[in-house]
Write a protein that binds this ligand. Structure first.
Ligand code: NI
Length: 229
């Protein structure tokens, strides 16, 4: 399931990110690609170990940890340090169809995660560029995603996906992976759906309604059943 999370970064934060990124040196995006994806990847990245990538990445992670919708959807166990990419029309940049590597190691810390979810956080407004849609395939077909700057999309890292060629302007984004406490996509989706339902009931009936309290217990007990912590 694809889940969009709006306003992870405010517009002024996005502007600050873009100012710092525009002043940075970019490298060929194939430095972080696996063997198959390197053959279909054409873009630029901030060097993953650079101070600027780490600093901006930390700001994203701290914004995520205080975002209830993101936490509810991802139930993150470990978030890989965010990376940053740029697709420019001048470079005819694109990223052909591929699946992300199953395991990612952080070169600085040596920490490894299983990639359960892939994340794209858009840092360009849709009007700044043409093309550059993120296309994710699942059992229901192909989905094209292009979100306002500051919004992100979560999708199963097991999905085939691509970025269509950018034909005008530049598409700037952060992308990263996370390991969830709940490995199974369907189980995670059920828990997210249940949480949203409980929040809607709390709005209508209040937090102390007996059935809402029981459903909240059920939510925690499902997490207790399924979570690896
Ligand atoms: Ni990918």
């Amino acid at each position: 399931m694809l889940i969009c999370v709006p306003s992870v970064l405010r517009k002024d934060e996005v502007a600050d990110f873009r100012r710092l990124m525009d002043a940075s040196v970019w490298e060929d995006g194939r430095s972080t690609a696996g063997a198959q994806s390197a053959m279909v990847k054409s873009n630029e990245q901030l060097p993953p170990d650079s101070e600027i990538a780490r600093r901006l990445g930390n700001r994203i992670v701290s914004a995520l940890t205080s975002n209830p919708r993101f936490i509810s959807a991802a139930i993150p166990r470990q978030i890989f340090p965010p990376l940053f990419n740029r697709y420019r029309a001048a470079g005819a940049h694109h990223f052909g169809i591929h699946v992300d590597n199953a395991v990612r190691g952080d070169r600085l810390t040596g920490a490894r995660i299983r990639t359960d979810l892939s994340v794209t956080l858009f840092l360009s407004e849709p009007g700044e560029y043409d093309g550059g849609e993120l296309v994710v395939e699942d059992l229901y077909g192909s989905h094209e995603i292009k979100l306002p700057a500051g919004d992100l999309v979560l999708y199963p890292a097991s999905s085939l996906h691509m970025v269509t060629p950018v034909t005008r302007g530049a598409r700037v984004a952060s992308f990263f992976w996370l390991q969830s406490m709940i490995r199974d996509t369907h189980a995670r989706t059920l828990v997210f759906d249940l949480d949203n339902t409980i929040q809607a009931l709390v709005e209508r009936l209040g937090r102390d309604d007996p059935e809402t309290v029981r459903l909240t217990g059920l939510y925690h007990n499902l997490i207790r059943l399924w979570a690896d912590v």
